[in-house]
Design a protein around this ligand. Structure first.
Ligand code: TYD
Length: 138
């Protein structure tokens, strides 16, 4: 798991605009560098709560603030980076092997997540010390 926080970037998604509003389209292997196998969204997050607090072994994710805003902390065991998401046409690409936490949710925020794999609890690393050990050079 040699990935670092510097492998995660903001992808600027298209925005189709007209007087009646905007549409942003996300397609597998066109706007995101993986096959989208699953979508889920977080909402009604109480003020002060955080989500995430885990890493994934294989999973790629695109995280979008579909409404409102929140912060994403990325951690590769050495480097940490905080990314603020607050535009529905910006997506944060999160590669496998990174610890992440989502926090500072604004009222009514909706966090849309598109993923490269179906849900699999075995893909999660939920213990931070175990995560850091897995990141050490073999
Ligand atoms: P979890 O991934 O720990 O949430 P977060 O990272 O946002 O804090 O998931 C919370 C619960 O939801 C956990 O019991 C697993 C379940 N869950 C699914 O059943 N399918 C899914 O696709 C996801 C993302 C979670």
């Amino acid at each position: 798991m040699i990935t670092t926080v510097y492998d995660c970037n903001i992808l600027v998604l298209n925005k189709i605009h007209n007087n009646a509003g905007n549409i942003t389209v996300i397609e597998s292997n066109i706007n995101v560098p993986f096959d989208i196998k699953r979508a889920y969204y977080l909402y009604d997050v109480p003020g002060g709560e955080s989500r995430g607090g885990h890493a994934h072994k294989q999973l790629y994710q695109l995280i979008v603030a579909a409404s409102g805003s929140f912060d994403v902390l990325l951690d590769d065991g050495i480097n940490k980076k905080i990314v603020k998401l607050n535009r529905p046409n910006y997506g944060l690409l999160v590669v496998p092997g990174l610890w992440r936490e989502l926090f500072e949710f604004s009222s009514g925020a909706i966090c849309l997540v598109l993923t490269s794999h179906k849900y699999d609890e075995h893909d999660y690393i939920r213990d931070y010390e175990q995560f850091v050990k897995m990141k050490l050079p073999q």
